[in-house]
Design a protein around this ligand. Sequence first.
Ligand code: ATP
Ligand code: FE
Length: 320
Amino acid sequence: MYHDQRGLVAHAVHSQIDLHQAYGGVVPELASRDHVRRIVPLYRQVLADAGIVAADIDAVAYTAGPGLAGALLVGAAFAESVALALGRPAIPIHHLEGHLLSPLLSADPPAYPFVALLVSGGHTQLMRVSAVGEYEMLGETLDDAAGEAFDKTAKLLGLPYPGGPALAALAQQGTPGRVKLPRPMLNSGDLDFSFSGLKTAVLNAVNKGLDEAGRADLAAEFQEAVVDVLVGKSLAALRQTRLKQLVVAGGVGANRRLRERLDLELAQRKGRVFYPELALCTDNGAMIAFAGAQRLAAGLAHPADAHEIAVRPRWPLDTL
Ligand code: ATP
Ligand code: FE
């Protein structure tokens, strides 16, 4: 829950990691059924934590896409219903806009305009952000997302789901460079990415047979390769746009090696890099509430006609 003067007044996440872990990835049907079970208790919890009653709510923001239709529909139906009951607007929000604006929730937020590197489980994009709702796509992945590459590579190395944090932990015990992996598209001259070849290179290395130390070295080299590409392209995007501020959003933004490298490179260029609070890097409702408040304040909220329940499983951000 976000208050335009008091900021974030309550924040809760129900993680489904345990639910999906046994399957090694998200099972859509289980996800939406669990949403149905959890959404009302979670709503009551944040109301209590914020110390308010439902009638105090001015508007209800919810994720309308992109994502799994079943899970989106649960949120949309609930949010539109609460809004209808309260006689307030419901504001459909693009999930990635939530990620993109999440660093603005920190104590020392960036000012517009900035370059945003969005690195999540499903997306890898560089955008120029000029204002709320003004997003220009500079480049994106042609195949796998960075988080997806982390997850798939972790699986190849026999690590548990979700793979990103597990792979990063293993990488800490290894040394990059002992095994050699490519830096796909680092010098392609554009701001696009490709990560599927990296995964294949890891598979080849795994198939040759690896001992414990070899696994850690491979994890370290994989992480270094992804970080090299993300850092290289982010710096290129800053050069191209002549901007000095970089915002990193999405789950891969929690990666410590990525942060270390970006902090260093930006400091050398008298620029600055901004991250969301660690708890707001991966999916959360706070960023959606915040995006809704920003849109409402900017006159850019578009409530659905008659609280119609509609979601967009596919929805390009730069069409907002
Ligand atoms: P999208 O927002 O594109 O729909 P998503 O919501 O599933 O995807 P996020 O919740 O933003 O994605 O991020 C999850 C991803 O972040 C996973 O792929 C996960 O492996 C990765 N991730 C989380 N922590 C780390 C880390 N420390 N290092 C690398 N990757 C990480
Ligand atoms: Fe997400």
